[in-house]
Design a binder for this molecule. Structure first.
Ligand code: SF4
Length: 310
């Protein structure tokens, strides 16, 4: 099957990156809330990846385009500053290791001044690699991995078919840190529904503390039509928490997850209220912001539904 270039879905902090597809879809395509569920994993041919890197180099050095490259390549290149590359797609770390090394070597060869390469990774992708293998990728400028944790609660993780347990995700996090790669993780407020809200929040706080990532973000569950979780909700088997209850979960996590030094934010467009800061330094300030809005119970202070994004 020919490789189909994926749409651009990337972490907010990769807004200035070049988006280089190595894969399409996600290898762990079972998560019940995710738009990637039931998509097929596509592995891009290494030669095709190298051709795109050649085209990037030609354009950046000589402003010359190459026939056969899609328009999107040049749309991205026109605003790219040559500093960062984000490897697409849902978990590009699944790309076969030897080929990944070769792709990164090739990229570094063409762009010796590149500052950082980034990728999404599932816990399974990370656990499949040794620390030395991860270190070798770090030496090739893989500087940050983004991992969706979603929940720290094993029951919730099993229900959404995350394919990894609390313990496995903590182990993956420690491997990434041991390799010297920055770790950015996300949890999803509301993923436990009404029934498991308290346990979901407390286990999210616990797993974040155990992982001690460099960056942590809270997203808020948005049901996507067609996904298994959406169907559960339609059948009344899953009950969404209220926007203010999502802020209660957020407050619990900020108040109880201990970090050595973590940039924590709920700036993602799915959230009803945005906070950001470094934990533990800004903990009291962030808790005060949340307490104020929770005490007000004023819906006008929340991001309206129509402005929420995935
Ligand atoms: S691992 Fe991430 S990208 Fe893949 S299906 Fe699960 S949530 Fe979606």
């Amino acid at each position: 099957m020919p490789f189909e270039r994926p749409e651009i879905i990337r972490p907010p902090s990769e807004h200035a990156s070049y988006y280089l597809p190595l894969t399409s879809g996600c290898s762990n395509n079972t998560c019940g809330f995710c738009a990637f569920s039931f998509t097929h994993l596509g592995i891009r041919d290494l030669e095709e990846v190298k051709q795109e890197i050649d085209a990037m180099s030609l354009y950046m050095n000589h402003r010359v385009g190459v026939n056969g490259q899609p328009d999107i390549v040049y749309l991205i290149l026109r605003r790219w500053d040559g500093r960062k590359v984000f490897l697409q797609d849902g978990d590009a770390l699944v790309y076969p290791y030897a080929k990944l090394v070769e792709a990164l070597q090739y990229l570094n060869g063409k762009f010796p001044n590149l500052e950082r390469i980034a990728s999404y990774a599932t816990p399974q992708d990370i656990l499949r690699r040794t620390v030395d293998e991860l270190r070798a990728l770090k030496d090739l400028k893989l500087g940050i991995l983004y991992m969706g944790v979603e929940s720290g609660d094993d029951e919730v993780l099993a229900r959404i078919k995350k394919g990894a347990t609390h313990e496995e995700m903590v182990e993956a996090a420690h491997k990434v840190k041991e390799a010297g790669i920055l770790l950015s993780v996300t949890v999803i407020l509301g993923l436990g529904g009404v029934k498991d809200s308290k346990r979901h929040a407390s286990e999210c706080a616990r797993i974040l503390a155990e992982m001690d990532p460099d960056y942590a973000g809270a997203l808020t569950l948005t049901l996507i039509p067609g996904t298994p979780l959406y169907q559960e909700w339609e059948k009344g088997e899953f009950e969404l928490i209220t926007p203010f209850d999502s802020l209660q979960e957020l407050r619990y996590i900020v108040g109880n997850a201990s970090f050595s030094n973590c940039f924590f934010s709920s700036m993602h467009a799915s959230n009803y209220f945005a906070i950001r800061g470094t934990l533990p330094a800004d903990k009291n300030k962030m808790l005060r912001q949340l307490d104020t809005i929770l005490a007000s119970k004023d819906p006008a202070l929340l991001r309206p539904e129509f402005l929420r994004g995935l």
